[in-house]
Design a protein around this ligand. Structure first.
Ligand SMILES: Nc1ncnc2c1ncn2[C@@H]1O[C@H](COP(=O)(O)OP(=O)(O)O)[C@@H](O)[C@H]1O
Ligand SMILES: [Mg+2]
Length: 298
C-alpha cells in the first residue's frame, strides 16, 4: 500500500467514525449565517472544486462551515470526499431520520449535507412534511457561520431558487466561448427573479489577462442589457495539479497547498469572511432557509 493510500484509509476511517449529532458545532458568535451559492451557467467549470477548496479555507479561518450538495442531478461531493453517507435529505423528508443524522463532518471544521436529493420534490410535499423539513433546516443554520451550497449548473427553477435566496452567488465561468452565453443567461435569471449579489469567479485561465477579458465580456453584456453590473471576485488559473487531485477523489480539495490555485482560493475565503462580517445575515436579514421556504423576503 502506498503512503497515499494509507493516508486515504486513515481519513476514511475518521470520516466513518464521526458521530454527526454529537460532533456538530455550536457557534459562539451571534452574527448569523452567511449563505453562499456556487453556481454556473454550464457544468464542468469547477464549482465543486471551488466549493470544497473554499470550505476548507474558511474552516482554516476558524469559521463553521456547512456545505450542502444541492447539485440535484449529479450530487458528487461525498464521492469526491470519499465518504458514503448513510442518510440524505430524502430520509428526513420521509421522517426516517433527523437532520443531525444527515450532517457529516467531512473534514475538520467542514460539515456536509450530502447529496440533497429529494429537495427537487419540494413543490409536491404535503404540509406536514414541508414543515418538518423547514424546522429541521432552520435549526441547523443557527450553528454555522457559512452555508456553502454547491449547486448544479443551469437556470432550472429548482436550482435558481437556491441561488436567488442566498446572500452571495459565486458565478463560476471559464474563458471557453460557450461559457459566456450561459453565464449571461444565469445572471439574467438571477437579476429578474431576485436581488442576490452576483460575484464572478473566472476559472481555468491561462493568464490573468485572459481572466480579465473573460469577465469584461460578460460584464459588458450584463451592463448593456440588464443595467446592473456584476463584480469580479477572483481569477483562478488552470492547474494540472487541481485536475489530478480531483480525479483521485481526494479527501479535501486543499491538499495541494503549494499551488497558485489554492493560494488564490484561500484569499477568496478571506474576502468572503470579510463580507460575512460586514454584510451577511448579520445585517438584519432573515436567514437563508426562511427565505428558501418562503417565510420571508430578503
Ligand atoms: N483550475 C482548474 N484547473 C484544472 N482543472 C480544474 C480546475 N478547476 C476544476 N478543474 C477540473 O475540472 C473538472 C470539473 O470540475 P468540477 O469542480 O467537477 O466542475 P463542476 O462542479 O462545475 O461541474 C474536474 O475534473 C476538475 O478537477
Ligand atoms: Mg459539481
Amino acid at each position: 500500500m502506498s503512503a497515499d493510500q494509507a493516508q486515504r484509509l486513515r481519513e476514511l476511517a475518521k470520516a466513518a467514525d464521526v458521530k454527526p449529532s454529537a460532533g456538530q458545532p455550536r457557534k459562539t458568535s451571534n452574527s448569523g449565517c452567511t449563505s453562499i451559492a456556487v453556481t454556473s451557467g454550464k457544468g464542468g467549470v469547477g464549482k465543486t472544486t471551488l466549493s470544497l477548496t473554499l470550505a476548507a479555507s474558511l474552516a482554516r479561518l476558524q469559521k463553521r462551515v456547512l456545505m450542502m450538495d444541492v447539485d440535484l442531478g449529479l450530487a458528487n461531493v461525498h464521492i469526491l470526499l470519499g465518504i458514503a453517507p448513510r442518510y440524505n435529505i430524502s430520509h428526513v423528508i420521509a421522517g426516517e431520520c433527523s437532520i443531525d443524522q444527515v450532517v457529516v463532518e467531512a473534514a475538520p471544521g467542514v460539515y456536509l449535507v450530502p447529496g440533497a436529493s429529494g429537495l427537487e420534490e419540494l413543490a409536491n410535499l404535503d404540509t406536514a412534511r414541508l414543515e418538518r423539513l423547514r424546522m429541521a433546516f432552520m435549526g441547523l443554520e443557527d450553528n454555522y457561520d457559512y452555508l456553502l451550497m454547491d449547486t448544479g449548473a443551469g437556470i432550472g427553477s429548482a436550482m435558481t431558487h437556491f441561488v436567488k435566496n442566498s446572500d452571495l452567488a459565486l458565478l463560476v465561468m471559464t474563458p471557453d466561448p460557450s461559457s459566456l452565453a450561459d453565464s449571461y443567461a444565469m445572471v439574467k435569471v438571477l437579476y429578474e427573479k431576485g436581488n442576490v449579489r452576483v460575484a464572478v469567479v473566472v476559472n481555468m485561465v491561462s493568464s490573468e489577462r485572459e481572466g480579465r477579458e473573460t469577465f469584461d465580456r460578460l460584464n459588458t453584456l450584463v451592463v448593456r442589457f440588464l443595467k446592473k453590473p456584476v463584480e469580479l471576485y477572483a481569477i483562478l488559473p488552470a492547474d494540472k495539479e487541481v485536475h489530478r487531485l480531483g480525479r483521485r477523489q481526494i479527501q479535501l480539495a486543499d491538499r495541494g497547498a503549494n499551488s497558485r490555485f489554492y493560494d488564490i482560493a484561500s484569499d477568496l475565503a478571506k474576502k468572503i469572511s470579510g463580507y460575512g462580517a460586514s454584510a451577511g445575515a448579520a445585517g438584519g436579514k432573515s436567514g437563508f432557509f426562511s427565505r428558501f421556504f418562503g417565510l420571508s423576503e430578503r
